[in-house]
Design a protein around this ligand. Sequence first.
Ligand code: ADP
Length: 600
Amino acid sequence: MQVSRNRYFEDEVSKEKFNRFMLLRLISYAKDYKGTYILVIIMLIGTSILSLIPAAINTFIIDKVLPSEGIVPDNMLRNAIILLSIWFALSVGSVVSGYISSVVSLRLGNEIVCKLRKDLFDKLMELSFNYYDSRPVGKILVRVTNYTDELADFFVNDMVRVVQNVFIVLATFVCICVIEIRIAIVAVAVSIPLAIIMWILSKLLHDRNVRERNKYSNRTAFIVEDINGLEVINAFNREELNSEIFEELSDKYRKEFMKATRIRELFFPMAHGVVNGIGTIAIYMAALLIISHNWGEALTLGAVVMVATYMNVFSGAINTICQRLQTITNITSNVERIFEVIDTESEIVEANNAVELENVEGKITYEDVTFSYIKGTKVLENVNLTVEPGQMIALVGPTGAGKSTIVNLLSRFYDVDSGAIKIDGVDIRNISFSSLRKNVGVMMQDTFLFAGTIMDNIRFSRPDATDEECIEAAKTVHAHEFIMNKPEGYNTKISGQGMELSGGEKQLISFARLILSDPKIIILDEATSNIDTETEQLIQQMFTTVLKNRTSFVIAHRLSTIKNADRILYIDEKNILEDGSHEELEKVKGKYYKLLHNAG
Ligand code: ADP
């Protein structure tokens, strides 16, 4: 796959535009809560029906109960009291059912969004490194946080309110038809242009929202990058320049936000203006014309009041639908981006019949391995290598030659383009992820520590390890001494990334973390580069014991580490150019020899 290496100033392009299938898919997240949703909708519809009844009571009072031609009916007081009591009971009922349905839908909405966010997060954990190589972290972050949060309202309000109000529109329309078909026709005629306007606005708004989201995620990408690179920014005095870039990105976002807002805010006035304003006037005009011209059957006063009341409810419901459609349109661009992540196929997938490795010996073979990060640019070409169990292999060669790539392929961080890598004769593509990761332990130069105590960080590789086991691992890698010198020893708290520790201390903690997981194959990628010479000597002694029964790959610059290896591989020109022990390669007087002697 061609990787698009997107940056903070480049807008992302959606793979697929929002469509009704995406909407249905979004709604399908609510399917486990179908029963409760139906209940909520029934309650809301019940509330709506209840709210329609007072108008009928009104009509009844006007036409039948109120005295006509000055004669007060004997039963007026009794009827009025009964009707007013019903009215009161209905009002209380509608408040109670409205409250219950709101609370229930709020809970549902949040549960569903949690489910969606979990799917998104799980996918992010599963995606291969290539996905992360292709875009800045900030652009991924906004999808899991802001974009998903903004969907909550869809499940809490939009979905149920649209259903409820569509029902109200239909119900009031039927009522108006029953009472006065002539006025109903006017109501439909007024609604058609409104629907057309709304449709055009929703299209425009979607495009505007996509642009606004892009600028938003560009700005977030820049913020995340800046926080991560704060030290470099300070070191190179880039604060002012970066602040200007930030201002520019914020300004671009603000402009797109305003463009989207102008269209967004048209939705409601349009609905309100067309239906409530023009619509109501049109209906009264129609009623007046019918009455004044004596067209067809005469209108009673009660019917006019009732139609006007229903027309109000009708226009209120259309207003609500428009408002909800506006917020639904706002989230369509979020939905595109969220489903895009969920639908991304991980390039590294576990085989269906993946095996668990038992009693690993640690024999490793690379058979004709060719690999490229970006299509067309080979980093390794036809690499062949056999490593016997327990051997320690040092990889040397110029920067960018492919040393890390060779070892990264063994952990299946990336898959080979062609050829195969095998552990004890089993292709790593046929080994389960858990078994592969359990048996191949990696430690990189840029060690990552999590916020928590030193003990938490060591235990990270084996959550069930006891304190004693963690301390034992720390002792093995000679980290115990420095940890005990910290004010709170193993309980010393470290912030995210371990900013308060020296580079060497961080490496020792991650080394302990690695040793605790007890992998049969160990990869140390410049893992001891920050460790002082004294500790390095201790680690050299430890290598002989810890690495003794394990196959290991070490990428290091220190001659002491390299010399310790059983075999040294000189990597360059996309392949292994020299392979032998330190003494053997010294004798050959080839590239390795030159590297050592040029380096002094
Ligand atoms: P070494 O470890 O020998 O310094 P690497 O294996 O890290 O070299 O890199 C080999 C080549 O692959 C380099 O040209 C490097 O720029 C490129 N490379 C490494 N990682 C990536 C990546 N994630 N995406 C694209 N190219 C990469």
